[in-house]
Each structure stands twice: as C-alpha cells, then as structure tokens.
Write a protein that binds this ligand. Structure first.
Ligand SMILES: NC(=O)c1ccc[n+]([C@@H]2O[C@H](COP(=O)([O-])OP(=O)(O)OC[C@H]3O[C@@H](n4cnc5c(N)ncnc54)[C@H](O)[C@@H]3O)[C@@H](O)[C@H]2O)c1
Ligand SMILES: [Zn+2]
Length: 398
C-alpha cells in the first residue's frame, strides 16, 4: 500500500473481552488555564491575543458594561487586529435564562462561528454564567474566555467553569462544567462598579480568607478603605489573592464530587435568604455575608470558634458595610420563612443540611447536625440596644 506523503495509517488492534465482561468507558478531562491581571485594556487584549492568536471572537456583554466599557474594548480589539462580533443582553439576574441562552445560540449559529472560534464573556457573573453555558452547548462545547468586570466575577464567578442559567424552579438549575480557556481581569473595568456591588463582591473574598487564607483575610482587614475606594493596585492584589485561593481550592475537587465544600461557607443560610427574598433585593454577596455572620455565631455558640476570630470576621463585615444581622438586610427575611427554605434544601439533599462553621481565620469544620434552635438564634440575633452588661443578657455573641 502506498499513501501520499503526510498521510499515515492509524494502526489499532483492540482485543474483545469475554461477552459478559463489563465494558468500561473512561473520559478523564482536566483543564488548566491562566488567570491573568492587567492594568490596562491594551494589556488585557494583548493577553487575549496570546490565548486566541488567530480565531474569531464572539463577544457577549450586557447593556451597562457595553455602555461603560464596550467601545474602548472594541477599539482596542480592532487596533490589535482581532476580528470581533458583539451582542449584548439586558443587565441583571433576570437575563440568566434559557431564553437569553437560546437567543445567543441563534446569534452564534447566524454569525457562522466555528467550533474553534472563541466566545468572550465580558461582564459580571450573569454574563459569564450565561455565555459560559452557551459555550458549553454550542457545537458540544466551544472555547470561551472570561473578562470579569465585577469584583464578584473576578474573585469567584469567572473561575472554576461552573456555568448555568436559572429555571423558574431554582437558580442555576440548568448548568454544566465547562472550563474557560483563560480568565483576564483588568482593573480599569472595576473603576465604574457601584459601591454596593463592590461590597457584595468583597463578601466572597472575605469568605475565602476565613476558610483558607489568613494572609488574604489580613490583606482585607488592612486595606479595606483602599478596596472600598477602588484603589487600582489594592484591587489588583485583592483579586489576585482571592483568585489564587479559589483556584487552589477547586484544584482539589474541580467537579465538586465531594459535597463537603468549605467554599460553601455562608451559603447555606445565604441561599435561603436569597430564596425567601425572591432573588434580587438582597444581592448574593450580601446574603453570603449574613450567612457567614450566622455561621460564625453558631460556631461561637458551640465553642468551636474563638471569640477573637469571630469578632475579627464580624468587624470586617461591618466595616465593609455588609449585613451582619437581619435588620441590616436590604429586604426583610422572616426567620420562619428562612427555616422553611432550609428545610426544603434539607429534603433535596437526602435529609442533610451541611454547614461550614469557621473555627478560626483560615480553618473551618463541616457538619450536618446544626439544630433549628441554633439557626433560629443566629437568625434572630440583633445588636443589643442596651450596652450595659448588667442588663444585657441575651446577646452574648459579637
Ligand atoms: N459560576 C460561579 O461559580 C458563580 C459564582 C458566584 C456567583 N455566580 C453568579 O454570578 C451572578 C452574580 O454576579 P454579579 O454580582 O457580577 O452580577 P451581575 O453580572 O448582574 O452584575 C451586577 C451589576 O453590575 C453591572 N456591572 C457589571 N460590571 C460593571 C462595571 N464594571 N461597572 C458598572 N456596572 C457594572 C451589571 O450590569 C449588573 O447590573 C449570579 O447569577 C450568581 O449566581 C456564579
Ligand atoms: Zn457565592
């Protein structure tokens, strides 16, 4: 047999096992991708060019980000010779739906994107989750790159490849694991973020410090005023530090096979608060902050966490303007309703309600034996109006 030069025969001789032996299929996939931090849009696009040297780009963003930063990014992409088509979605959680995803899929199909071309998600967690899910589905998976523009996306949503849209029955119900090709954060994009969203994103960074990194927690304690003032070099260190911690944690269990995840700190009560307030009035980060405060009080009440550590956590949350008690939540969350929502979660999860309880700054324990009483007490705690220790009896937690 003679074949033209460059054409090779693929030789295989797969043996057949006995007919009753179980056939085993294996598909191990581990991805590795860079997470980089740029100080300018020009630098960000240069990074993008290194991971997407000659493919076309389909850029998805939301109307707010498009209005604030879209033009500069498009001009820079054009200047650096990247062929780009752009579409926008309406801002906010209400856009994270199958309907939006379907529109994006139609758009991709209409723009004749090929399987190796690249989807770029330019925005907060909503754009990143929706575009990422679309990327996971289009042609059974096309590459995508995240350009996070919110603090929450930079320290959390852009990393880990968990992509999803919401369903009326539950948030993030329709999703997949689809890892990005790269994550490129640029500090200029964060400069326009409203203060409330800065605080909400910060809550997810505080969480990572408490569960896994005293160094990150100390950075936040020390540099909080600069962070809240959006000082670029401090923000860069914060995003870099929090991303480092998240990447180290997901490296141990990238596909969440273990349900006992320290990254869920603050999320048990946090999710219940989001559910009872109807997803929106209380931002995710605000709900997580309140959830962390409650978990710290439960842990303190059990004697698992030291008073010093719990005071440090609650002080940082308060200084950041994040809700630590129910009265500070932007929308009312009735303790009975929160307990009922937790009960629903317990039923879905085989009768177990997992709590991550911090034990110190940098250490935590995971348990499923937190009682309704402990939860009720933590939910109902409020700062004592009477600071006189002789009359203050109930509120002993910080
Ligand atoms: N995939 C994950 O692992 C993961 C992790 C955490 C959160 N999430 C998801 O992320 C979403 C929340 O993300 P988010 O808080 O970024 O919300 P978001 O994407 O809705 O952004 C918040 C608001 O800020 C605006 N915005 C974005 N960038 C801006 C900028 N630079 N300047 C001014 N305004 C800007 C947006 O238009 C929006 O109105 C939720 O849907 C949540 O489920 C996903
Ligand atoms: Zn979260």
């Amino acid at each position: 047999m003679s074949l033209p030069p460059g054409i090779h025969v693929i030789h295989d001789a797969i043996a057949l096992p006995a007919p009753h032996d179980t056939v085993r299929a294996r598909a191990v996939h581990r991805a590795e991708y860079p997470v980089v931090f740029a100080d300018s849009v020009e630098e960000a696009v240069k990074h993008l060019r290194t991971v997407v040297p000659d493919q076309r780009i389909a850029l998805v963003t939301d109307d707010t980000v498009a209005a604030l930063h879209g033009r500069e990014l498009r001009e820079e992409l054009h200047r650096q010779g990247v062929e780009t088509t752009v579409t926008t979605i309406a801002p906010g959680e209400a856009s994270k739906t199958l309907r939006t995803a379907e529109r994006l899929l139609d758009w991709l199909a209409g723009s004749r994107m090929r399987r190796r071309d690249v989807l770029v998600a330019f925005g907060g967690g909503v754009v990143i989750d929706t575009a990422g899910w679309v990327a996971s589905a289009y042609m059974r998976g096309m590459p995508y790159v995240n350009l996070p523009t919110t603090l929450l996306a930079g320290v959390d949503a852009a990393l880990g490849g968990k992509v999803a849209v919401d369903h009326p029955q539950a948030k993030n119900l329709i999703g997949a694991f689809h890892q990005p090709t790269a994550v490129i954060a640029a500090t200029p994009w964060l400069s326009t973020l409203p203060a409330r969203h800065v605080r909400a994103g910060l809550a997810e960074a505080v969480k990572k410090g408490v569960i896994a990194s005293p160094a990150l927690f100390e950075l936040i304690e020390r540099d909080l005023p600069e962070i809240l003032a959006l000082e670029p070099s401090t923000l860069r260190r914060l995003v870099h530090g929090a991303a480092t911690v998240k990447c180290a944690l997901i490296d141990r269990d990238p596909y969440e096979e273990d349900l006992r995840r320290p990254l869920n700190f603050g999320h048990t009560i946090g999710h219940a608060v989001e559910t009872v307030t109807g997803y929106g009035p209380v931002l995710h980060g605000e709900a997580v902050a309140f959830g962390m405060a409650c978990a710290a009080r439960i842990s303190l009440g059990r004697g698992w966490m030291t008073g010093t550590a719990s005071t440090r956590l609650l002080t940082v949350l308060r200084r950041a303007g994040l809700p630590c008690d129910r009265a500070q939540l932007p929308a009312p969350a009735d303790p009975g309703a929160v307990l009922a929502a937790l009960e629903k979660i317990r039923l879905i999860r085989d009768g177990r309600l997992r709590f991550v309880l911090p034990t110190d700054i940098g250490t935590s324990a995971i348990t499923d034996d937190v009682t309704d009483d402990e939860i009720r007490q933590a939910l109902s705690w409020s700062p004592d109006p009477d600071p006189d220790p002789r009359t203050a009896r109930r509120n002993t937690a910080p």
